[in-house]
Ligand binder design. Structure first.
Ligand code: GLC
Ligand code: GLC
Length: 813
């Protein structure tokens, strides 16, 4: 296969360097770390929002556009009639040089044309509600150049959903104000909104535009706006229609000369009684303050350096050196980076998630947290409380909530019976990382209702009870609307294409639909819960739950085993799903993952058989598929899973998220070679080396799904960035392969390695301690630590007891 390359890793700068703008799909990055966020593609496409991609969309973006990825923050350079952009798009004028460097929360795009270099650094400074665009223009020719520079941003009318549909209203509401070099967007500010946005440049402007049609021309495109082509701004003032912000600057550069322009896209909220300074005139005080903070190159460079230090600190918490660059760069840089992004965005905004459909998922966010908790534990703590606050008194959950309001949201339905378990999963990870048991005493409401507060521990208890109280015929967990697999809709029965599989009536009355995935998930999380109860002296509760675990294990062994693998489920009528008796989809990955992680029936050889079956039936060149054989027709009793073509999504796609479950199962079984082989197949840096064109999406992060072996193009990736895969890959490699596991009382060292791994070091900051760990594996063992020397003395067992300060740890396998 002829697989063209579009870029490469630059580990020293923690960047991915894209050298051809025509990537097989836009390769994007995220800016912003807490409140103000932007998505930016390698050609500067994308958009910005404040906290919530649906309710506070600042700039407009048209998904699924033709051409792809049209619209963004654009700089047009008119060099004597020769018009180009540093990021190639939208003019697509061939450049003499192009490069895009995606780094940790910043992107730098550089273009050169006819002796002019334009380099733009995009980032959101820490604690700032603004995107900085630092444009550096350099004249590399021997003669003086006179350039006409136009900036461009298009405003979104705040609610990204209605912005795309309610045109009878939208076309009349747009309002702007212009003051000096700043363009203010204030649509709806006169009524209930107390926020506005602005676009500023730290230079005198020679003109501007704020009305899209005037600037672009009704029959033109972003590639050839009238104002830019004619080299003449219109100084237009938008009244309704589509407000934009464009600055016009005349730049003279002598040979060798270089000039910086700082553009700022900012967001401001005002108090109700301080909205206006005069009738119709908005209070710009806070905008002025942001501008003042960032109006010189020095100030911007300093803010950028601070961002770099912030990432240094975050990435210094867990650092590995194995000598294998492909592994080290994923562990030390990109996997952790992706975890932060998924923690921030859940599944809301990417180039596959439009930012209007989904908020924060209950199960998704609990999983994302596990990839992020070592970096900023206080944010993970707050997230746990926010999530738990949307739970119902019976332990059931809203499937998602809105980040802006933190309220449960019914758009994607509820009644997914796996949801409650994930709260244990997230909370335990938090306590093990921090040692902060006080979170269990936090008073947390149900469904955000004041007066309903109980302790967080009580939330964990009702979560467990929710599973136990919903067992049926085989004493296995009832699936409810679905379990982790949103598309296994066993109580749905839909023939109506106008219904969503997730939100249509949940016909679970009288249902016998049980899930082996939840059974395994329950055993794993209930064991965590038991350990926690013991830790805090709740022996009776621990015993009660241990009995429930034992019963569940018995039920799985009795009615959840198919001979060579674990069943997937029982349907509404009590028929087996994921059994050799089935015509299609005889085996599913989820129950193999969870029941092997739970080690159900390990003593009877069930775990080993299940793992072998995954290799035999699910594995292919690009990873493990979700089920096999794929469904070839729609099955009314199964729902959405059987609606997808073979090899895609939940129908036998490689759903990367669940590959790590089996990998962890492999490590718990001590099978290091198998674990590593599965892991490397979906590790982006390994894929990057082989398949940039085929893989299609960003080579530096995992995607949710890679087309499976039954698809038209196996190996083609989709839905990059926002996927639980990030956190699971992190958990897998950091804790189960490299084997550094936070426990309540210390760090457990329990690697599971391929026989080729002979030595590596890990630097791990843990609470107030720092451990410098060297692991030697002279005999090429897959599993089993034979000796640990802590600060010169041999210790008992494989857990290093926690104590503050710096420590040296030498481990021999
Ligand atoms: C998506 C959803 C996640 C779900 C998975 C499988 O990744 O975000 O919640 O578990 O699909 O259906
Ligand atoms: C998950 C699945 C997707 C399904 C969606 C429903 O994200 O991956 O296929 O449509 O859930 O919300």
């Amino acid at each position: 296969m002829n697989d063209k390359r579009y870029g490469h890793f630059d580990d020293q700068h923690r960047e991915y360097v894209i050298t051809d703008p025509k990537t097989p799909w836009p390769w994007i990055n995220y800016l912003g770390n807490e409140d103000f966020f932007s998505l930016i593609s390698n050609t500067a496409g994308g958009y910005s929002f404040y906290k919530d991609a649906k309710f506070r969309r600042i700039t407009r973006y048209r998904y699924n556009n033709v051409p792809m990825d049209n619209g963004g923050r654009y700089f047009y350079i008119n060099d004597n009639g020769n018009i180009w952009n540093p990021g190639w798009k939208p003019c697509k004028t061939p450049l003499d040089f192009y490069e895009c460097r995606h780094g940790m929360s910043y992107t730098r795009i550089t273009g050169r044309k006819n002796g002019i270099e334009a380099s733009v650094l995009f980032f959101v400074p820490l604690n700032t509600f603004a995107e900085v665009q630092k444009l550096t223009l350099t004249n590399q020719s021997n003669e003086t150049k006179k350039l006409k520079l136009f900036s461009f941003e298009e405003w979104c009318l705040w609610n990204a959903a209605t912005d795309m549909e309610n045109f009878q209203r939208n076309f009349s509401t747009g309002e702007v104000e212009i003051e000096g070099s700043t363009i203010y967007h204030k649509t709806e500010y006169r009524e209930r909104r107390n926020h506005y946005a602005f676009y500023h440049v730290n230079a005198e402007i020679q003109g501007f535009d704020t009305d899209r049609e005037t600037f672009v021309g009704l029959y033109n495109e972003f590639a050839n706006p009238d104002a830019v082509v004619e080299g003449k701004p219109r100084n237009s003032h938008a009244h309704g229609w589509s407000p934009i912000a464009s600055h016009y600057i005349e730049v003279e550069l002598k040979a060798g000369e270089s000039k910086d322009f700082i553009f700022l896209l900012g967001y401001v909220e005002n108090e109700q009684d301080k909205k206006f300074v005069a009738p119709q005139v908005i209070n710009k005080e806070k905008a002025h303050a942001i501008i003042e903070k960032l109006n010189t190159t020095e100030k911007v460079d300093k803010a950028f350096a601070e961002l770099g230090e912030y990432w240094d600190a975050l990435l210094n918490i867990y650092k590995v050196n194995t000598g294998n660059d492909k592994l080290d760069r994923m562990v030390n840089i990109w996997n952790q980076y992706q975890c932060m992004v998924t923690f921030n965005f859940s599944r809301s905004a990417s180039f596959f998630e439009s930012g209007v459909g989904r908020g924060m998922g209950f199960r998704d966010s609990n999983q994302d947290l596990v990839g992020f908790v070592h970096q900023i534990p206080p944010r993970a703590r707050q997230r746990i409380i926010d999530i738990a606050s949307t739970q119902f008194p019976d332990g059931g959950c809203y499937h998602q909530y809105q980040p802006l309001t933190k309220r449960g949201n019914n758009d994607i339905g509820g009644g997914f019976n796996d949801d409650p378990c994930w709260l244990i999963f997230g909370t335990v990870a938090y306590i093990k990382e921090t040692g902060d048991f006080s979170i269990l005493d936090e008073m947390v409401p149900f469904d955000n209702q004041p007066g309903s507060e109980v302790t967080l521990f009580e939330h964990l208890k009702v979560s467990m009870d929710h599973v136990i109280k919903n067992l049926d015929p085989h004493q296995l967990p009832l699936i409810g609307r679905a379990d982790w697999n949103d598309c296994l809709n066993l109580n749905c029965f839909s023939w109506d294409p106008n219904e969503s599989f997730q939100t249509t009536e949940n016909k679970s009355e009288g249902s016998k639909a049980e899930s082996l995935m939840i059974a395994g998930l329950f055993v794993v999380t209930a064991k965590q819960y038991v350990e926690l109860c013991q830790k805090i002296g709740k022996e009776e509760e621990a015993n009660r739950m241990q009995k429930a675990i034992d019963a569940m294990v018995t039920a799985v062994k009795k009615d959840g085993w198919d001979g060579e693998w674990y069943l997937r489920a029982y349907d509404f009528f009590g028929n087996k799903i994921g059994s050799n008796e089935c015509e299609e989809a005889k085996i599913f990955i989820e129950s193999q993952g969870w029941c092997t992680m739970a080690q159900i029936g390990a003593e009877d050889g069930m775990v080993a058989k299940s793992l072998d079956s995954c290799k035999k039936y699910l594995e292919c060149e690009h990873g493990m598929v979700l089920n096999n054989p794929a469904f070839s027709k729609y099955i009314y009793e199964y729902g959405e899973i059987s609606s997808y073509p073979e090899g895609y999504k939940e129908n036998a796609g490689i759903f990367c998220h669940n590959n790590p479950w089996v990998i962890i199962g492999e490590t718990l079984a001590g099978r290091g070679n198998d674990a590593w082989n599965h892991y490397a197949k979906i590790l982006p840096s390994y894929v990057e080396e082989k398949y940039q064109t085929l893989h299609k999406v960003e080579p530096y992060v995992n995607c949710q799904m890679v087309a499976g072996k039954d698809a038209a193009k196996p190996g083609e990736g989709k839905n990059s960035w926002l996927t639980g895969t990030a956190a699971w890959m992190w958990l897998t490699v950091s804790q189960y392969i490299l084997g550094i596991k936070p426990q309540y009382d210390g760090l457990q060292i329990d690697p599971c390695l391929p026989t080729t791994a002979k030595e590596y070091t890990v630097q791990r900051k843990f609470r107030d301690a720092e451990y410098n760990i060297t692991i030697k594996n002279p005999e090429g063992k897959e599993h089993g630590v034979s000796q640990i020397v802590l600060d010169g003395s041999v210790i008992e067992g494989n857990t290093i007891p926690y104590s503050a300060g710096k420590h040296t740890v030498e481990v021999v396998m």
